[in-house]
Design a protein around this ligand. Structure first.
Ligand code: FES
Length: 142
């Protein structure tokens, strides 16, 4: 545990927006091929803005901490801004992760992209090419 930054430890011990969401507008679920852990992320959208987000995971401390940070970063953001959140931004926000745990951090951003993809599909909106490409990549990866 000592190789985790203080911020990772704080988010792990007190994760933000952890839990189930009833009737979400979009849900993203991804699995980690390295360890088999699973991440589920739910979003609520109003006027093109993510106004609520929750996550559930069978993941490790790093997965929980990165998800907690991702939820903080996306709440109140427009969908197109949320789509710009990258894994490296999340890692920076957390003060980094031990190299062996970097694969854990990918779950949260991938689940976020999948939740937005799911939302677009449910409202039959044309899916931007970049999101379609990310979705294909995520499907292949997980
Ligand atoms: Fe599975 Fe970290 S070890 S998500």
């Amino acid at each position: 545990m000592s190789s985790y930054s203080q911020k990772v430890i704080e988010h792990f011990q007190n994760p933000h927006n952890y839990g189930h969401m009833d009737n979400p507008d979009g849900t993203g679920q991804v699995g980690n091929v390295v360890c088999g852990d699973v991440m589920k992320l739910y979003i609520k959208i109003k006027d093109n803005i993510i106004n609520d987000v929750k996550f559930e995971t069978f993941g490790c401390a790093a997965a929980i901490a990165t998800s907690s940070v991702v939820t903080d970063l996306v709440i109140g953001k427009k969908i197109n801004e949320a789509l710009k959140i990258t894994n490296s931004k999340v890692l920076k926000e957390l003060g980094g992760l031990p190299p062996i745990k970097v694969h854990c951090s990918l779950l949260a951003v991938d689940a976020l992209n999948e939740a937005i993809y799911d939302y677009y599909k449910s409202i039959k909106k044309t899916i931007p090419k970049s999101l379609e490409a990310k979705h294909k990549l995520i499907q292949k990866k997980h």
